[in-house]
Ligand binder design. Structure first.
Ligand SMILES: NC(=O)c1ccc[n+]([C@@H]2O[C@H](COP(=O)([O-])OP(=O)(O)OC[C@H]3O[C@@H](n4cnc5c(N)ncnc54)[C@H](O)[C@@H]3O)[C@@H](O)[C@H]2O)c1
Length: 483
Protein backbone atom coordinates (compact mmCIF):
# COMPACT_ATOMS: atom_id res chain seq x y z
CA UNK A 1 0.00 0.00 0.00
CA UNK A 2 1.33 3.42 -0.92
CA UNK A 3 2.39 6.37 1.25
CA UNK A 4 -0.46 8.86 1.49
CA UNK A 5 0.32 12.36 0.25
CA UNK A 6 -3.08 13.07 -1.29
CA UNK A 7 -6.40 12.15 0.29
CA UNK A 8 -9.39 11.86 -2.03
CA UNK A 9 -12.79 12.61 -0.51
CA UNK A 10 -15.93 11.16 -2.00
CA UNK A 11 -18.76 13.34 -0.69
CA UNK A 12 -17.99 16.57 1.09
CA UNK A 13 -20.82 17.13 3.57
CA UNK A 14 -20.45 17.32 7.35
CA UNK A 15 -18.09 14.34 7.57
CA UNK A 16 -16.16 15.00 4.33
CA UNK A 17 -15.54 18.57 5.55
CA UNK A 18 -14.22 17.27 8.87
CA UNK A 19 -11.83 14.85 7.14
CA UNK A 20 -10.58 17.66 4.90
CA UNK A 21 -9.83 19.97 7.84
CA UNK A 22 -7.94 17.27 9.78
CA UNK A 23 -5.90 16.01 6.82
CA UNK A 24 -4.94 19.50 5.56
CA UNK A 25 -3.89 20.57 9.05
CA UNK A 26 -1.45 17.67 9.31
CA UNK A 27 0.11 18.28 5.90
CA UNK A 28 -1.90 16.03 3.55
CA UNK A 29 -3.19 17.42 0.23
CA UNK A 30 -6.93 16.91 -0.27
CA UNK A 31 -8.95 16.46 -3.46
CA UNK A 32 -12.59 16.82 -2.49
CA UNK A 33 -15.21 15.44 -4.88
CA UNK A 34 -18.96 15.96 -4.64
CA UNK A 35 -21.79 15.78 -7.17
CA UNK A 36 -22.95 19.27 -6.14
CA UNK A 37 -20.63 22.07 -7.33
CA UNK A 38 -21.89 24.35 -4.55
CA UNK A 39 -20.17 22.05 -2.04
CA UNK A 40 -16.83 23.64 -2.97
CA UNK A 41 -17.78 26.83 -1.11
CA UNK A 42 -19.20 24.77 1.71
CA UNK A 43 -16.09 22.66 2.22
CA UNK A 44 -13.77 25.68 2.13
CA UNK A 45 -15.90 27.31 4.82
CA UNK A 46 -15.96 24.11 6.87
CA UNK A 47 -12.16 23.92 6.75
CA UNK A 48 -11.84 27.59 7.75
CA UNK A 49 -14.31 27.12 10.63
CA UNK A 50 -12.39 24.11 11.96
CA UNK A 51 -9.04 25.85 11.80
CA UNK A 52 -9.49 27.99 14.93
CA UNK A 53 -9.92 25.06 17.32
CA UNK A 54 -7.55 22.75 15.45
CA UNK A 55 -4.76 25.32 15.60
CA UNK A 56 -5.03 25.43 19.40
CA UNK A 57 -4.89 21.66 19.82
CA UNK A 58 -1.10 21.44 19.86
CA UNK A 59 1.88 23.81 19.77
CA UNK A 60 4.14 21.12 18.33
CA UNK A 61 5.72 22.16 14.99
CA UNK A 62 3.46 21.14 12.13
CA UNK A 63 4.46 20.19 8.58
CA UNK A 64 3.43 22.69 5.88
CA UNK A 65 -0.35 22.65 5.47
CA UNK A 66 -1.84 20.52 2.70
CA UNK A 67 -3.53 22.06 -0.38
CA UNK A 68 -7.26 21.73 -1.02
CA UNK A 69 -8.78 21.29 -4.46
CA UNK A 70 -12.34 20.46 -5.51
CA UNK A 71 -13.91 18.59 -8.39
CA UNK A 72 -17.32 17.25 -9.40
CA UNK A 73 -15.59 14.42 -11.31
CA UNK A 74 -15.31 11.43 -8.95
CA UNK A 75 -13.10 9.49 -11.34
CA UNK A 76 -10.62 12.35 -11.75
CA UNK A 77 -10.33 12.44 -7.97
CA UNK A 78 -9.80 8.66 -7.89
CA UNK A 79 -6.96 8.87 -10.42
CA UNK A 80 -5.00 11.33 -8.24
CA UNK A 81 -5.65 10.07 -4.70
CA UNK A 82 -3.35 7.84 -2.63
CA UNK A 83 -6.18 7.04 -0.19
CA UNK A 84 -9.92 7.54 -0.67
CA UNK A 85 -12.39 8.26 2.13
CA UNK A 86 -16.03 7.84 1.11
CA UNK A 87 -18.60 10.06 2.86
CA UNK A 88 -21.74 10.00 0.72
CA UNK A 89 -25.23 9.48 2.19
CA UNK A 90 -25.94 6.37 4.24
CA UNK A 91 -27.71 4.33 1.52
CA UNK A 92 -26.34 0.88 0.70
CA UNK A 93 -27.21 0.76 -3.02
CA UNK A 94 -25.82 4.26 -3.63
CA UNK A 95 -22.58 3.51 -1.82
CA UNK A 96 -22.22 0.14 -3.61
CA UNK A 97 -22.70 1.75 -7.02
CA UNK A 98 -20.33 4.66 -6.41
CA UNK A 99 -17.63 2.52 -4.77
CA UNK A 100 -17.77 0.03 -7.65
CA UNK A 101 -17.33 2.84 -10.19
CA UNK A 102 -14.56 4.70 -8.37
CA UNK A 103 -12.62 1.49 -7.67
CA UNK A 104 -12.19 1.07 -11.43
CA UNK A 105 -10.40 4.40 -11.74
CA UNK A 106 -7.69 4.03 -9.12
CA UNK A 107 -4.76 1.65 -8.73
CA UNK A 108 -5.31 -1.49 -6.64
CA UNK A 109 -2.94 -0.27 -3.90
CA UNK A 110 -5.14 2.76 -3.14
CA UNK A 111 -7.04 2.00 0.08
CA UNK A 112 -10.72 2.95 0.03
CA UNK A 113 -12.35 3.54 3.40
CA UNK A 114 -16.02 4.22 4.04
CA UNK A 115 -17.20 6.55 6.81
CA UNK A 116 -20.45 4.57 7.09
CA UNK A 117 -22.02 4.72 10.54
CA UNK A 118 -23.46 1.24 10.40
CA UNK A 119 -23.31 -0.54 7.01
CA UNK A 120 -21.27 -3.72 6.69
CA UNK A 121 -18.01 -3.63 4.70
CA UNK A 122 -18.75 -7.05 3.13
CA UNK A 123 -21.82 -5.48 1.50
CA UNK A 124 -19.97 -2.33 0.43
CA UNK A 125 -17.12 -4.18 -1.31
CA UNK A 126 -19.40 -6.52 -3.24
CA UNK A 127 -19.07 -5.00 -6.73
CA UNK A 128 -15.69 -3.31 -6.42
CA UNK A 129 -12.49 -3.85 -8.36
CA UNK A 130 -9.80 -5.03 -5.90
CA UNK A 131 -12.35 -5.32 -3.06
CA UNK A 132 -9.63 -6.39 -0.61
CA UNK A 133 -8.61 -2.70 -0.16
CA UNK A 134 -12.07 -1.65 1.10
CA UNK A 135 -12.67 -1.19 4.81
CA UNK A 136 -14.84 0.90 7.07
CA UNK A 137 -13.02 3.84 8.67
CA UNK A 138 -15.81 5.22 10.85
CA UNK A 139 -15.04 8.65 12.36
CA UNK A 140 -16.95 10.83 14.82
CA UNK A 141 -18.21 14.36 14.42
CA UNK A 142 -16.27 16.69 14.56
CA UNK A 143 -13.76 14.54 12.69
CA UNK A 144 -11.09 17.25 13.03
CA UNK A 145 -11.09 17.09 16.84
CA UNK A 146 -12.20 13.59 17.86
CA UNK A 147 -9.40 11.06 17.37
CA UNK A 148 -11.50 7.88 17.31
CA UNK A 149 -11.86 6.00 14.02
CA UNK A 150 -13.29 2.45 13.99
CA UNK A 151 -11.61 0.15 11.47
CA UNK A 152 -13.78 -2.71 10.23
CA UNK A 153 -12.82 -5.21 7.56
CA UNK A 154 -15.29 -7.20 5.44
CA UNK A 155 -15.04 -10.80 4.26
CA UNK A 156 -12.65 -9.83 1.44
CA UNK A 157 -10.64 -7.10 3.20
CA UNK A 158 -6.90 -7.74 3.45
CA UNK A 159 -4.90 -7.28 6.65
CA UNK A 160 -2.55 -5.06 4.60
CA UNK A 161 -5.37 -2.61 3.83
CA UNK A 162 -6.35 -2.35 7.49
CA UNK A 163 -2.71 -1.86 8.54
CA UNK A 164 -2.21 0.82 5.88
CA UNK A 165 -5.37 2.64 6.98
CA UNK A 166 -4.27 2.47 10.64
CA UNK A 167 -0.89 4.00 9.68
CA UNK A 168 -2.52 6.81 7.72
CA UNK A 169 -5.08 7.66 10.42
CA UNK A 170 -2.40 7.59 13.15
CA UNK A 171 -0.31 9.98 11.05
CA UNK A 172 -3.14 12.53 11.09
CA UNK A 173 -3.48 12.28 14.85
CA UNK A 174 -6.23 9.67 15.20
CA UNK A 175 -6.78 6.62 17.38
CA UNK A 176 -7.66 3.66 15.11
CA UNK A 177 -9.78 1.10 16.96
CA UNK A 178 -9.75 -2.27 15.16
CA UNK A 179 -13.17 -3.91 15.36
CA UNK A 180 -12.75 -7.70 15.48
CA UNK A 181 -15.69 -8.54 13.23
CA UNK A 182 -18.31 -6.66 11.30
CA UNK A 183 -21.64 -6.03 12.98
CA UNK A 184 -24.29 -3.46 12.01
CA UNK A 185 -23.48 -0.18 13.82
CA UNK A 186 -19.89 -1.26 14.64
CA UNK A 187 -19.06 -0.72 18.34
CA UNK A 188 -19.64 2.90 19.27
CA UNK A 189 -22.91 3.54 17.48
CA UNK A 190 -24.32 0.36 18.97
CA UNK A 191 -23.58 1.79 22.43
CA UNK A 192 -24.72 5.31 21.54
CA UNK A 193 -27.93 4.01 20.05
CA UNK A 194 -28.79 2.06 23.23
CA UNK A 195 -28.52 5.30 25.20
CA UNK A 196 -30.51 7.25 22.63
CA UNK A 197 -33.31 4.67 22.61
CA UNK A 198 -33.67 5.07 26.38
CA UNK A 199 -33.77 8.86 25.95
CA UNK A 200 -36.57 8.57 23.40
CA UNK A 201 -38.57 6.30 25.73
CA UNK A 202 -38.20 8.63 28.70
CA UNK A 203 -39.12 11.73 26.69
CA UNK A 204 -42.06 9.88 25.16
CA UNK A 205 -43.34 8.86 28.59
CA UNK A 206 -42.78 12.38 30.02
CA UNK A 207 -40.35 10.99 32.58
CA UNK A 208 -37.84 13.76 31.76
CA UNK A 209 -37.07 16.51 29.26
CA UNK A 210 -34.16 16.35 26.82
CA UNK A 211 -32.34 18.91 28.99
CA UNK A 212 -32.77 16.90 32.19
CA UNK A 213 -31.53 13.76 30.47
CA UNK A 214 -28.48 15.60 29.13
CA UNK A 215 -27.80 16.94 32.65
CA UNK A 216 -27.90 13.36 33.94
CA UNK A 217 -24.84 12.66 31.77
CA UNK A 218 -23.02 16.01 31.66
CA UNK A 219 -22.74 16.46 35.43
CA UNK A 220 -21.86 12.84 36.10
CA UNK A 221 -20.89 9.91 33.86
CA UNK A 222 -19.88 12.20 30.97
CA UNK A 223 -17.01 13.59 33.02
CA UNK A 224 -15.72 10.09 33.76
CA UNK A 225 -16.12 8.79 30.24
CA UNK A 226 -13.46 11.08 28.75
CA UNK A 227 -10.80 9.36 30.85
CA UNK A 228 -12.12 5.84 31.42
CA UNK A 229 -14.89 3.89 29.75
CA UNK A 230 -17.88 2.28 31.45
CA UNK A 231 -16.09 -1.00 32.21
CA UNK A 232 -13.06 0.40 34.00
CA UNK A 233 -15.26 2.91 35.82
CA UNK A 234 -17.54 0.09 37.05
CA UNK A 235 -14.47 -1.86 38.13
CA UNK A 236 -13.63 1.08 40.42
CA UNK A 237 -17.24 1.29 41.63
CA UNK A 238 -17.01 -2.28 42.97
CA UNK A 239 -14.59 -1.31 45.73
CA UNK A 240 -11.64 -3.55 46.63
CA UNK A 241 -12.98 -6.55 44.71
CA UNK A 242 -13.73 -4.45 41.66
CA UNK A 243 -15.82 -5.76 38.79
CA UNK A 244 -16.68 -9.08 40.52
CA UNK A 245 -18.41 -7.26 43.39
CA UNK A 246 -20.01 -4.77 41.02
CA UNK A 247 -21.61 -7.58 38.99
CA UNK A 248 -22.84 -9.38 42.13
CA UNK A 249 -24.42 -6.20 43.45
CA UNK A 250 -25.97 -4.72 40.33
CA UNK A 251 -25.99 -7.68 37.94
CA UNK A 252 -29.49 -8.83 38.97
CA UNK A 253 -30.96 -5.44 37.94
CA UNK A 254 -29.97 -6.26 34.37
CA UNK A 255 -32.58 -9.01 34.40
CA UNK A 256 -35.45 -6.87 35.68
CA UNK A 257 -34.60 -4.92 33.39
CA UNK A 258 -34.39 -1.17 33.99
CA UNK A 259 -34.09 -0.51 30.29
CA UNK A 260 -36.26 -1.05 27.21
CA UNK A 261 -34.68 -2.76 24.25
CA UNK A 262 -37.13 -1.83 21.50
CA UNK A 263 -37.14 1.78 20.29
CA UNK A 264 -40.42 3.64 20.81
CA UNK A 265 -42.59 4.54 17.82
CA UNK A 266 -41.31 7.84 16.35
CA UNK A 267 -44.68 9.63 16.46
CA UNK A 268 -45.02 13.30 15.47
CA UNK A 269 -45.70 14.08 19.14
CA UNK A 270 -42.39 12.51 20.20
CA UNK A 271 -40.48 14.28 17.44
CA UNK A 272 -42.03 17.60 18.53
CA UNK A 273 -41.01 17.01 22.14
CA UNK A 274 -37.41 16.19 21.14
CA UNK A 275 -37.19 19.29 18.91
CA UNK A 276 -38.78 21.64 21.46
CA UNK A 277 -36.55 20.24 24.21
CA UNK A 278 -33.30 20.73 22.33
CA UNK A 279 -34.35 24.19 21.13
CA UNK A 280 -34.93 25.18 24.75
CA UNK A 281 -31.49 23.84 25.62
CA UNK A 282 -29.88 25.82 22.78
CA UNK A 283 -31.42 28.94 24.32
CA UNK A 284 -31.32 30.94 21.09
CA UNK A 285 -27.69 30.04 20.28
CA UNK A 286 -27.06 29.10 16.63
CA UNK A 287 -25.61 25.75 15.56
CA UNK A 288 -22.34 27.56 14.65
CA UNK A 289 -22.12 29.14 18.12
CA UNK A 290 -22.74 25.82 19.82
CA UNK A 291 -20.19 24.12 17.56
CA UNK A 292 -17.54 26.66 18.58
CA UNK A 293 -18.35 26.11 22.25
CA UNK A 294 -18.21 22.32 21.79
CA UNK A 295 -14.90 22.58 19.91
CA UNK A 296 -13.29 24.82 22.55
CA UNK A 297 -14.29 22.31 25.24
CA UNK A 298 -12.99 19.37 23.18
CA UNK A 299 -9.60 21.05 22.76
CA UNK A 300 -9.36 21.92 26.46
CA UNK A 301 -10.41 18.42 27.59
CA UNK A 302 -7.79 16.76 25.38
CA UNK A 303 -5.11 19.08 26.70
CA UNK A 304 -6.01 18.15 30.29
CA UNK A 305 -6.07 14.42 29.46
CA UNK A 306 -2.64 14.81 27.84
CA UNK A 307 -1.17 15.65 31.27
CA UNK A 308 -2.35 12.26 32.51
CA UNK A 309 -1.42 10.44 29.31
CA UNK A 310 -4.85 8.84 29.16
CA UNK A 311 -7.52 8.33 26.47
CA UNK A 312 -7.54 10.99 23.76
CA UNK A 313 -4.80 12.82 25.72
CA UNK A 314 -2.46 9.87 25.17
CA UNK A 315 -3.22 10.06 21.42
CA UNK A 316 -2.40 13.78 21.45
CA UNK A 317 0.83 13.19 23.34
CA UNK A 318 1.93 10.49 20.90
CA UNK A 319 1.06 12.78 17.97
CA UNK A 320 3.18 15.57 19.44
CA UNK A 321 6.13 13.23 19.96
CA UNK A 322 5.89 12.34 16.25
CA UNK A 323 5.57 15.98 15.19
CA UNK A 324 8.70 16.95 17.16
CA UNK A 325 10.58 13.98 15.75
CA UNK A 326 9.44 14.85 12.19
CA UNK A 327 10.48 18.48 12.62
CA UNK A 328 13.90 17.35 13.87
CA UNK A 329 14.15 14.94 10.92
CA UNK A 330 13.48 17.82 8.50
CA UNK A 331 16.38 19.76 10.09
CA UNK A 332 18.72 16.75 10.16
CA UNK A 333 20.27 17.00 6.64
CA UNK A 334 21.34 20.62 7.27
CA UNK A 335 22.80 19.67 10.65
CA UNK A 336 24.64 16.63 9.28
CA UNK A 337 26.12 18.63 6.38
CA UNK A 338 27.20 21.40 8.76
CA UNK A 339 28.84 18.97 11.19
CA UNK A 340 30.66 17.19 8.34
CA UNK A 341 31.88 20.46 6.79
CA UNK A 342 33.18 21.80 10.08
CA UNK A 343 31.96 25.21 8.94
CA UNK A 344 28.55 25.05 10.37
CA UNK A 345 26.91 28.49 10.20
CA UNK A 346 24.09 29.37 10.00
CA UNK A 347 21.85 26.34 10.52
CA UNK A 348 18.34 26.77 9.18
CA UNK A 349 16.44 24.47 11.53
CA UNK A 350 12.80 25.45 11.52
CA UNK A 351 10.34 27.00 9.08
CA UNK A 352 7.06 28.35 10.43
CA UNK A 353 4.14 30.47 9.31
CA UNK A 354 2.76 32.82 11.96
CA UNK A 355 -0.55 31.26 13.00
CA UNK A 356 -3.63 33.45 13.60
CA UNK A 357 -3.83 32.51 17.28
CA UNK A 358 -0.21 33.68 17.81
CA UNK A 359 -1.26 37.28 17.20
CA UNK A 360 -1.77 39.79 20.06
CA UNK A 361 -4.07 42.80 20.20
CA UNK A 362 -1.48 44.89 18.25
CA UNK A 363 -1.73 42.52 15.30
CA UNK A 364 1.82 41.12 15.85
CA UNK A 365 3.15 37.80 17.06
CA UNK A 366 2.78 37.79 20.84
CA UNK A 367 5.99 37.66 22.88
CA UNK A 368 5.79 34.22 24.47
CA UNK A 369 5.37 32.62 21.02
CA UNK A 370 8.94 33.71 20.23
CA UNK A 371 10.18 31.47 23.04
CA UNK A 372 8.04 28.63 21.70
CA UNK A 373 9.48 28.99 18.19
CA UNK A 374 13.08 29.27 19.46
CA UNK A 375 12.40 26.28 21.73
CA UNK A 376 11.26 24.20 18.75
CA UNK A 377 14.51 25.05 16.91
CA UNK A 378 16.52 24.05 20.01
CA UNK A 379 14.57 20.80 20.15
CA UNK A 380 15.50 19.97 16.53
CA UNK A 381 19.17 20.69 17.23
CA UNK A 382 19.27 18.69 20.46
CA UNK A 383 17.50 15.71 18.92
CA UNK A 384 20.14 15.71 16.17
CA UNK A 385 22.83 15.64 18.88
CA UNK A 386 21.12 12.63 20.50
CA UNK A 387 19.04 14.31 23.23
CA UNK A 388 15.87 12.43 22.37
CA UNK A 389 13.13 10.63 24.31
CA UNK A 390 15.41 7.67 25.14
CA UNK A 391 18.08 10.02 26.44
CA UNK A 392 15.51 11.77 28.63
CA UNK A 393 14.09 8.47 29.86
CA UNK A 394 17.61 7.55 30.98
CA UNK A 395 17.38 10.48 33.41
CA UNK A 396 19.33 13.16 31.55
CA UNK A 397 17.99 16.46 30.25
CA UNK A 398 18.84 20.07 29.57
CA UNK A 399 17.35 22.78 31.74
CA UNK A 400 17.10 26.38 30.55
CA UNK A 401 19.14 28.71 32.74
CA UNK A 402 18.86 31.93 30.79
CA UNK A 403 16.92 33.27 27.79
CA UNK A 404 17.40 36.67 26.27
CA UNK A 405 15.16 37.69 23.39
CA UNK A 406 15.68 40.88 21.40
CA UNK A 407 12.84 42.04 19.16
CA UNK A 408 13.83 43.81 15.92
CA UNK A 409 10.77 43.87 13.66
CA UNK A 410 7.11 42.85 13.61
CA UNK A 411 5.91 39.39 12.64
CA UNK A 412 2.43 39.49 11.12
CA UNK A 413 -0.18 36.81 10.67
CA UNK A 414 0.61 34.13 8.04
CA UNK A 415 4.11 35.56 7.49
CA UNK A 416 6.58 32.81 6.58
CA UNK A 417 9.59 32.78 8.90
CA UNK A 418 12.57 30.57 9.62
CA UNK A 419 14.96 30.13 12.52
CA UNK A 420 18.74 30.07 11.98
CA UNK A 421 20.69 28.71 14.92
CA UNK A 422 24.31 28.57 16.06
CA UNK A 423 26.08 26.66 18.80
CA UNK A 424 28.15 29.33 20.57
CA UNK A 425 29.68 27.29 23.35
CA UNK A 426 29.67 23.71 24.62
CA UNK A 427 31.17 22.91 28.00
CA UNK A 428 31.13 19.82 30.16
CA UNK A 429 27.67 20.66 31.42
CA UNK A 430 26.78 23.89 29.63
CA UNK A 431 25.44 24.74 26.20
CA UNK A 432 24.94 28.22 24.78
CA UNK A 433 22.88 28.70 21.61
CA UNK A 434 22.07 31.73 19.48
CA UNK A 435 18.95 31.85 17.31
CA UNK A 436 17.73 34.38 14.81
CA UNK A 437 14.14 34.49 13.57
CA UNK A 438 14.10 35.73 9.99
CA UNK A 439 11.56 36.38 7.27
CA UNK A 440 11.58 33.99 4.32
CA UNK A 441 12.22 35.81 1.06
CA UNK A 442 14.17 38.89 2.20
CA UNK A 443 15.88 37.32 5.29
CA UNK A 444 14.91 40.35 7.41
CA UNK A 445 15.74 39.84 11.08
CA UNK A 446 12.60 39.69 13.23
CA UNK A 447 14.14 38.70 16.59
CA UNK A 448 17.25 37.14 18.02
CA UNK A 449 17.77 35.03 21.13
CA UNK A 450 20.61 33.70 23.23
CA UNK A 451 19.91 30.78 25.50
CA UNK A 452 22.01 29.04 28.11
CA UNK A 453 21.23 25.43 29.04
CA UNK A 454 22.56 23.28 31.85
CA UNK A 455 22.87 19.52 31.43
CA UNK A 456 21.35 17.71 34.45
CA UNK A 457 20.97 14.30 35.96
CA UNK A 458 17.22 14.48 36.61
CA UNK A 459 17.16 11.73 39.29
CA UNK A 460 19.93 13.35 41.32
CA UNK A 461 18.47 16.81 40.61
CA UNK A 462 21.87 18.37 39.86
CA UNK A 463 24.08 19.29 36.93
CA UNK A 464 26.03 16.46 35.29
CA UNK A 465 28.33 16.13 32.26
CA UNK A 466 26.88 15.47 28.77
CA UNK A 467 27.32 11.97 27.38
CA UNK A 468 30.51 11.88 25.29
CA UNK A 469 28.55 11.37 22.01
CA UNK A 470 26.16 14.25 22.59
CA UNK A 471 28.98 16.59 23.54
CA UNK A 472 30.98 15.56 20.48
CA UNK A 473 28.01 16.18 18.15
CA UNK A 474 27.29 19.57 19.68
CA UNK A 475 30.98 20.53 19.46
CA UNK A 476 30.98 19.63 15.76
CA UNK A 477 28.27 22.25 15.28
CA UNK A 478 30.10 24.95 17.21
CA UNK A 479 30.89 28.11 15.30
CA UNK A 480 34.60 28.77 14.85
CA UNK A 481 35.61 31.76 17.00
CA UNK A 482 35.44 35.04 15.07
CA UNK A 483 38.92 36.06 13.90
N1 LIG B 1 -22.99 13.08 10.47
C1 LIG B 1 -22.40 12.32 11.35
O1 LIG B 1 -22.39 12.60 12.56
C2 LIG B 1 -21.65 11.09 10.92
C3 LIG B 1 -20.69 10.54 11.78
C4 LIG B 1 -19.93 9.45 11.34
C5 LIG B 1 -20.15 8.90 10.08
N2 LIG B 1 -21.12 9.43 9.26
C6 LIG B 1 -21.30 8.82 7.94
O2 LIG B 1 -20.69 9.65 6.97
C7 LIG B 1 -21.39 9.55 5.73
C8 LIG B 1 -21.77 10.96 5.25
O3 LIG B 1 -22.56 11.58 6.25
P1 LIG B 1 -22.73 13.17 6.32
O4 LIG B 1 -23.39 13.44 7.63
O5 LIG B 1 -21.45 13.85 5.99
O6 LIG B 1 -23.78 13.41 5.12
P2 LIG B 1 -24.08 14.77 4.29
O7 LIG B 1 -25.43 14.63 3.78
O8 LIG B 1 -23.71 15.97 5.11
O9 LIG B 1 -23.04 14.70 3.08
C9 LIG B 1 -23.15 13.80 2.02
C10 LIG B 1 -22.52 14.42 0.78
O10 LIG B 1 -22.45 13.44 -0.25
C11 LIG B 1 -22.75 14.08 -1.50
N3 LIG B 1 -23.15 13.06 -2.46
C12 LIG B 1 -24.36 12.48 -2.61
N4 LIG B 1 -24.31 11.56 -3.61
C13 LIG B 1 -23.05 11.58 -4.10
C14 LIG B 1 -22.36 10.87 -5.12
N5 LIG B 1 -22.98 9.95 -5.85
N6 LIG B 1 -21.06 11.15 -5.34
C15 LIG B 1 -20.42 12.10 -4.61
N7 LIG B 1 -21.01 12.81 -3.63
C16 LIG B 1 -22.31 12.54 -3.37
C17 LIG B 1 -23.83 15.08 -1.16
O11 LIG B 1 -23.90 16.10 -2.15
C18 LIG B 1 -23.35 15.60 0.20
O12 LIG B 1 -22.52 16.73 0.08
C19 LIG B 1 -22.58 8.64 5.97
O13 LIG B 1 -22.26 7.34 5.58
C20 LIG B 1 -22.75 8.68 7.49
O14 LIG B 1 -23.30 7.50 8.02
C21 LIG B 1 -21.85 10.52 9.64
Amino acid sequence: MRTVRTLGLLGTGVIGGGWAARALHFGIDVIAADVKPEMERWIREAVANAEGALARLTFAPLPPKGRLSFTTDMNAMARQADFIQENIPEQLELKQRVLAEVSRHCAADVVIASSTSGLMPSDLQRDMAAPERLLVGHPFNPVYLLPLVELVGGRQTSAAAIDAAARFYTGIGMHPLRVRREIPGHLTDRLQEALWREILHMVNEDVATTGELDDSIVYGPGLRWAAMGTNLIYHLAGGETGMRHMLRQFGPCLKWPWTKLEAPELTEALIDKMVAGTQAQAGGRSIRELERLRDDCLVAIQQVLRQFDIGAGATLRALEARLYAASAARARPALAAAAAAGAPQPLRLLEVAVRPEWIDYNGHMTDWRYLQVFGDATDALLRFAGVDDDYRRAGRALYTVESQVTHRAEARVHEALYVASRVLEVGDKRLRLAHSLQRQGDDALIASAQQLYLHVDTAAGRSAPFSATVRERLAALQAPPAS
